[in-house]
Design a protein around this ligand. Structure first.
Ligand SMILES: Nc1ncnc2c1ncn2[C@@H]1O[C@H](COP(=O)(O)OP(=O)(O)OP(=O)(O)O)[C@@H](O)[C@H]1O
Ligand SMILES: [Mg+2]
Length: 333
C-alpha cells in the first residue's frame, strides 16, 4: 500500500452536529478538518434554475418539484433569494418535523466523507447523550447515521459527544475529566475516568435556545441574532444595547442551567469512582467561544462548593473541531 492509499484508509472522526457536520482526518500526525453547514433551502424546480446552479457548481439535488440546496451553499443562497435556511436536525437529532431531514444529512455526510476507500474503513461519529428532551429519539438518529455510513462502505461506531471531547482534549490527564460541548441544539457533558464514561448527559439549552429566546423578547429574527452573536458578542455584562442585553440574559441562563445539571447529576450518581487526583474540565463547541464565557462559567461554578476536585477549567483551543478530533482519536485507538 502506498502512502496515499494509507491516508485514505485511515479511520475518520465525524461530528454530526445540529448546525455543522465536521470530518477529521489524520494527516502527518496532525488532524485535518472539513465541514459543511447542516442546513438547506428549497427552491421551486425549473430547468433554468437547475442549469444555473449546475453551472455555478452549487451543491444541490432535485427532489420532485423542489431543488434542494444543502450545506455551506444554503446560507449563501438564502441571502441571494431572501429565504430562510432550514435545518435537517434539531436538538442534536434528526428533526422529525422536517421531511427532507434524512436526505439532506445523507447528502452532506456523503459529500464530506465520500465512499470508503476500503470496505470496513473505520469511522466514529458523534451522537448526543441522553437528556430529558430526547427520550427514544437518539436510537433512531444513531441507527440512521450508522446506516448512511454503512451504505458508503464504512464500519461506523457512535461516540457520545461529551466523551469525544474527553478524547480530543484530555490525553494529558489519561482521558480523565469533564468534557463539555456547548453546541447549538444541546450541551453535552461527560465525566470520564481513564476514558470510561461515568456520567454522561445532555441538556437542551444551548445556542439555539439563546437565539430563539433573545429573538422573542427583542422582536428580531433568530437567524439575524445568531449572525450578530457569532460576529461580535461578548459576555461582559449589560450595556445600552437591548440585543446585547437579551443575549447576555439567555447566555447566563444556559451557563447556570448547565452547571446546575452537572451538580445534580454528580450528586445523584450512585457509584462515583474515587478520584485520586483532581481532573480538568474542558469546554468546547461554538457556544463556548465568546469572550467572557469562561469567566462567567468559573464565577457560577465557584459560587457554591463543587463536588469534584478540578485541576483546571479551560475552553478548548479549537472549540469547533474538538468533537471531530475526539471521534478521530477514539477511532484510532
Ligand atoms: N464565534 C462564535 N461566537 C458565539 N457563538 C458561536 C460562534 N460560532 C458559533 N457559535 C454558535 O455555536 C453554535 C454552534 O456550535 P457547534 O458547531 O459546536 O454546534 P453543533 O455541534 O452543530 O450542535 P450540537 O452539538 O448541539 O448538535 C451555534 O449556536 C452558533 O451560533
Ligand atoms: Mg456539537
Amino acid at each position: 500500500m502506498n502512502n496515499l492509499e494509507q491516508d485514505y484508509t485511515q479511520p475518520l472522526g465525524l461530528d454530526v452536529g445540529t448546525s455543522r457536520v465536521v470530518v477529521a482526518r489524520a494527516k502527518d500526525k496532525k488532524q485535518e478538518y472539513d465541514s459543511q453547514l447542516n442546513a438547506f433551502l428549497t427552491l421551486p424546480y425549473s430547468k433554468l434554475a437547475e442549469s444555473l446552479l449546475q453551472r455555478e457548481n452549487v451543491f444541490h439535488e432535485v427532489q420532485g418539484a423542489d431543488i434542494v440546496v444543502a450545506g455551506n451553499d444554503a446560507e449563501k443562497f438564502a441571502e441571494v433569494f431572501h429565504v430562510e435556511t432550514r435545518r435537517p436536525m434539531a436538538q442534536g437529532v434528526l428533526n422529525p418535523e422536517e421531511p427532507y431531514s434524512l436526505a439532506v444529512v445523507r447528502r452532506i455526510i456523503t459529500r464530506l466523507v465520500g465512499r470508503a476507500a476500503a470496505e470496513g474503513q473505520k469511522v466514529f461519529f458523534s451522537v448526543p447523550a441522553q437528556g430529558d428532551s430526547l427520550s427514544g429519539a437518539i436510537r433512531y438518529h444513531e441507527a440512521s447515521i450508522r446506516q448512511i455510513l454503512a451504505e458508503l462502505g464504512y464500519e461506523a461506531t457512535p461516540i457520545e459527544e461529551g466523551l469525544a471531547v474527553v478524547y480530543g482534549e484530555m490525553a494529558a490527564s489519561n482521558y480523565s475529566g469533564v468534557g463539555i460541548s456547548c453546541g447549538s441544539g444541546l450541551c453535552n457533558i461527560c465525566l470520564a475516568v481513564l476514558s470510561v464514561p461515568v456520567i454522561s448527559f445532555s441538556v437542551p439549552k444551548a445556542g439555539d435556545f439563546i437565539d430563539a429566546q433573545a429573538a422573542q423578547v427583542t422582536g428580531e429574527r433568530a437567524n439575524r441574532l445568531r449572525i450578530s452573536k457569532e460576529k461580535a458578542f461578548q459576555l461582559n455584562g449589560f450595556t445600552s444595547d437591548r440585543v446585547h442585553n437579551a443575549l447576555t440574559v439567555y447566555y447566563q441562563e444556559v451557563i447556570s442551567n448547565l452547571i446546575g445539571s452537572l451538580r445534580a447529576h454528580i450528586a445523584s450518581a450512585q457509584k462515583l469512582p474515587k478520584l485520586e487526583q483532581s481532573v480538568p474540565l474542558v469546554l468546547s463547541g461554538g457556544t463556548a467561544m465568546p469572550k467572557g464565557f469562561l469567566d462567567h462559567f468559573i464565577r457560577i461554578l465557584q459560587s457554591e462548593e463543587f463536588p469534584l476536585r478540578l485541576s483546571e477549567v479551560r475552553v478548548s483551543g479549537d472549540p469547533l473541531h474538538s468533537t471531530a478530533r475526539g471521534a478521530l482519536m477514539a477511532a484510532q485507538c
